[in-house]
Design a protein around this ligand. Sequence first.
Ligand code: ADP
Length: 214
Amino acid sequence: MITIQLSERQEKIIDIVKENQPITSEKIAKKLKLTRATLRPDLAILTMSGILDARPKVGYIYTGKSIFNVISEKIKNIKVGDRKSVPVIVDENTSIYDSIVTMFLEDTGTIFVTSEGYLSGVVSRKDFLKSAIGGMDLDRTPVAVIMTRMPNIIVTYPEESILDAARKLIEHEIDSLPVVKEEILDKGNKGYKLVGRITKTTITRVFVELGNNE
Ligand code: ADP
């Protein structure tokens, strides 16, 4: 089990607030036989982390939230649109060879493929390896032949939470998701405009930020 360590004094403050709320910092300090100045950093941590709520002219209230609730709420509030990075895109007619070159030049593991500006496929390192060991003519075969194509592409949307995007990566065992905006085309068909990407690196970055308490 993961444990997040609050100091002994912070735990005591939580207990005092739970029993006496609303309670001013002066009264908390008195109960602990400390000065208000000594308590200030602890109260700042407890309010910033959302465990206590400081109400002006009233005092401190216990929110009932554990540190886990606070972290989980924080993650759920991060949207895909806030963290998406720039997608690497090739057109369906690009050769496998040129697509591999793009993958190296752009230093990426997944390339998104479009047809007339709309998302039509995804191609990853393994797809390229398969085509290479399968002896395909890499120069003459378009990437469309080897890509994973619509409607089998797992996508995410700017307004989706980063937690749901991370769940999709895990559930489908993939490294990256195209961030798309849906458009209705003729005959009611849907088209997806690519507006970004979310990768395992994006999620790792969020994880590090949370760990650094940024
Ligand atoms: P790698 O090839 O580096 O292991 P992935 O695990 O992401 O990369 O890809 C595994 C397979 O899943 C590939 O065939 C790839 O085309 C496909 N794939 C990758 N991303 C997606 C996605 N967002 N939706 C559907 N299929 C995907």
